[in-house]
Design a protein around this ligand. Sequence first.
Ligand SMILES: [Zn+2]
Ligand SMILES: [Zn+2]
Length: 494
Amino acid sequence: MHVTMDTLVSLSKRRGFIFQSSEIYGGTGSCWDYGPLGVELKQNIKRIWWRDYIQRRPDMVGLDASILMHPTVWKASGHVDNFTDPMVDCLECRHRFRADKVDEMPWVHYCAATKGNKFTIPAGEPCSHCGERRTLCPDCGKGDLTAPRQFNLMFKTFMGPVEEDAALTYLRPETAQGIFVNFDNVAQSMRRKLPFGIGQIGKAFRNEITPGNFIFRTREFEQMEIEYFVNPRDTVEGKPADEYWHERWIADSLAWFQRYGLRAENLRLREHEKDELAHYAKRTADIEYRFPIGWSELMGIANRTDFDLKQHAKFSGKALTYFDEERKEHVVPYVIEPSAGVDRALLAFLADAYQEEEVRGEKRVVLRFHPELAPVKVAVLPLLKKREDIVRTAHAVRDTLSRHWPVVYDDTAAIGRLYRRQDEVGTPYCVTVDVQTVGDSDKGESADGKVTIRDRDSMEQARVPIDALPPVFLDLLNGGPWSAVASKYPAAKT
Ligand SMILES: [Zn+2]
Ligand SMILES: [Zn+2]
């Protein structure tokens, strides 16, 4: 079963992952807000990316460049002149379309052959009554479309208090340029030898004509980008260094997404055709994911050659080269760019984690997040919220565990409902405090000081002493097997 986008949108809203931006004002249509669970999930993605690619690799360093940059950056990068989409406008309803996409949408048609009846005809097909093809606006079916005009996708803004052309600048449409302009600063201050990479996570902005498909295409989004600099004169394993590292980054990136839960059958590699490549790119490969909307780009890995550093050297007048000690010469490094969208990665992880299954005749919705991605790691639930000693113990357990992990306490429903609720947001483990934990002096039953841990995926339970919870969860949340806990701490037969 593959989940639909509608299901993900509705789950995201209902469970506090993602809300439409400015919803009480009718929303903006292209921006989304991450709610209490969404922000945890998003931060987890960024944190493991940073840890795996920046912190754990000796050949990588990080950067956090500003969103507003010198306007000449965007001249040098080519964005002022080339970062455009052709658009057409309807003279009747004023809707705006990408000229190259207008024939990829269903179109409204008032058919003269059937007394002007209104039809909505599938994309690219002629009317089955009169045989005509679309010439007018696909939305209203009445207006003529203007000739295509180039529309720059960068958001314009003004730096400083004066709104004049001299102060015109842009919100960055990609984080990459912040890395290129800092190449020399980083190489010098960190005494780097080639090959080395600079990674950055940050917001970028594109005034897309047709955003859509939930968080897949938005006007404000977040990128996780690496620029990996190599000496084009070097060879590694018989290949030019840039080609060798390009292969390595493709393989590493595919493995990374799989390590955190994306299934291999939902991932594929797509090479850009020669006529699709940017003029400076030697090769580009996209990692595509089978999103609910079909196979689409999850990340791109491009060989940008020495284009960017050369452009910035030309426009700034500063040399952006590397001194090759061995050959005693200056070279302009080539750059491999693995570039991923945080929001798209989140959408992919969410879609892949989603499962519906039948449990004892009832539908169970479960997000099978990798433990490192799960927004909440443990939920602590009191079996009886009227028993003050049970509630107090549950709060104490939550307090202890929350020193290490995001943990929630919930007593707003019966235990079965509480479990389902945690399944639906992907919480890997629940801890239940019950009468045996605290004992019952009225009945002469003594406290056993143990709680029940329930595993999200198998729904099996184990009975663990409260004192042992931190080490048990440390092991489980680091990928330790549930079976080891289940056999060491068997649940009482009931
Ligand atoms: Zn129209
Ligand atoms: Zn017709």
